[in-house]
Design a protein around this ligand. Structure first.
Ligand code: SAH
Length: 459
């Protein structure tokens, strides 16, 4: 089983290779040695992680070929062969005209509501790569009529298809420690929670978990996540990263919270290539109400520093925080867009009984779908993750609907079973998914039922 299709390098310039997958061309950074034009490689998140022997690659491609075109056709049909907004769609407009962070400066909202905008014409703009105004985006986030909602989701899905075709990524996540020095009001592993059993995986356990999931199941990208745990010094992490990179062709994404820029630079030097770190909320007051040990400005600075080092960044916010308004969510999406990163992760808050937010009510599926759809419409490119919290709250049907509203990326929990339920950032996390092989089969069949193929999506 494989979560990435091999591609053939057709050219290399300035360390950027053009890789061809069944006629589709993608760019990727050359990050392994001895790579030349004509080689077959696996790439993840726009980074080449492994070179393959030609025979092996051809065998895999032969296995995929028929299925690949069938999946592509299915996705084409499901994403709207007759786009819902065809009268507005400016044929031939290329997505590259829609660059994040450019020309449109999103004038601030005026007081007095959203003022009778027509959902259809706003969606027409987004689909034609014109950026709607703040007021217009808010109209989408506040939409509550069934017909409008269905159009928002369908249009977001067609934008996803237009940009990524049927490419979807499936990453593995290993939660290696639930020790945390922070006190985030939403999080079940906060330092103040004395009721959970704490655990740490040692270097051998972490390295073995990655290598065995890579060998046994074919995963090519891993998130290594933990609380903010200073036991894992930069030196210890460097050793872990080096050992993994030496034995497995995989993309390593760290999700370990805030560290100084020099540490992150050294971790990049050791072979880490991505960081998953949410800004949690773009509202500074809300941020300071839910964090006592973390500062709003630090989080934003770190995101920029990580980008400057060269990391692929996955970021986003929690949806359903106390007092969070649609205006706040709008700002979250626009802030995420301004960061111009590779992956976005907007997920629902699931109140944890041992936190100050225990009495909060989680958002409904409609709100989640709107956030993902509007993020897709406004940010357009980049992968949008369907978070594990979505699956916990809304089940596999919720996951399916988010994938059909602009989402295109998933994670499978590969934390060893004895630790899995202890990483309880929200209640019930990690429970009920103990059989990894079954989880992989379910995920792959869900993706394939929607015509999606696990292909790298390039930079
Ligand atoms: N220490 C790392 C990883 C934190 S856990 C870091 O600081 O980045 C990963 C994410 O889980 C957090 O960013 C937060 O958005 C999310 N999370 C925490 N508690 C949650 C809850 N109760 N419900 C849903 N998501 C939660």
């Amino acid at each position: 089983m494989c979560y990435s299709i091999p591609g053939k390098i057709i050219s290399i310039r300035d360390n950027i290779a053009i890789i061809e997958y069944f006629g589709e061309k993608k760019e990727a950074l050359v990050d392994v040695e001895d790579i030349k034009t004509g080689d077959y490689v696996f790439a993840q998140g726009g980074v080449i992680v492994q070179k393959l022997e030609e025979d092996e690659a051809r065998g895999m491609l032969a296995g995929w070929e028929e299925l690949f075109f069938k999946l592509q056709e299915k996705d084409r049909i499901l994403s709207g062969e007759n786009p819902p907004l065809s009268p507005f769609f400016k044929g031939g407009t290329h997505v590259s005209q829609f660059r994040r962070g450019e020309t449109n400066n999103f004038p601030p909202l005026e007081k007095g509501g959203t003022g009778g905008f027509d959902v259809l014409s706003i969606l027409g703009k987004a689909q034609a790569c014109e950026i709607p105004s703040r007021k217009e985006i808010l109209t989408l986030l506040k939409c509550s009529n069934e017909e409008g909602l269905s159009l928002i989701y369908k249009t977001a899905n067609s934008v996803r298809h237009k940009i990524h075709k049927n490419a979807s990524c499936v990453h593995g996540i290993i939660e290696f420690s639930n020790f945390c020095k922070n006190d985030c009001a939403y999080c079940g592993i906060r330092s103040e929670n004395r009721k959970i059993e704490r655990y740490r995986m040692d270097a051998d356990e972490i390295v073995n978990a990655v290598i065995s999931a890579s060998n046994k199941y074919g995963f090519k990208a891993f998130v290594l996540q933990s609380g903010e745990d200073s036991y894992y010094t930069t030196e210890r992490l460097i050793e872990i990263i080096r050992r993994i990179r030496k034995s497995a062709g995989v993309l390593l994404i760290l999700s370990i919270g805030e560290r100084d820029v020099e540490s992150y630079r050294r971790l990049y030097g050791a072979g880490a290539r991505g960081v998953l770190i949410r800004f949690e909320t773009s509202n500074p007051d809300l941020y300071s109400r839910i964090h006592t040990t973390l500062q709003y400005d630090d989080r934003r600075r770190i995101l920029n520093e990580l980008k400057a080092i060269g990391y692929l960044i996955a970021t986003g916010s929690l949806i359903g925080l106390p007092g969070q308004s649609e205006e706040d969510i709008l700002e979250d999406i626009l802030f995420a867009r301004s960061l111009n990163t590779e992956m976005y992760s907007f997920g629902p808050l699931i109140p944890h009984p041992e936190t100050p937010l225990a009495e909060m009510k989680a958002i409904d599926l409609e709100t989640m779908l709107k956030v993902v759809a509007v993020a897709r419409l406004i940010i357009q490119d980049g992968n949008i993750l369907v978070t594990s919290a979505v699956e916990k709250l809304f089940g596999s049907e919720g996951t399916r609907q988010v994938l059909m509203a602009g989402g295109n990326s998933m994670m499978i929990n590969l934390t060893p079973e004895r630790y899995r339920s202890l990483y309880s950032i929200y209640p019930g996390k990690g429970e009920g998914n103990s059989n990894i092989r079954r989880k992989i089969t379910e995920t792959m069949s869900l993706l394939q039922s929607l015509g999606r193929a696990p292909m790298d999506v390039g930079i």
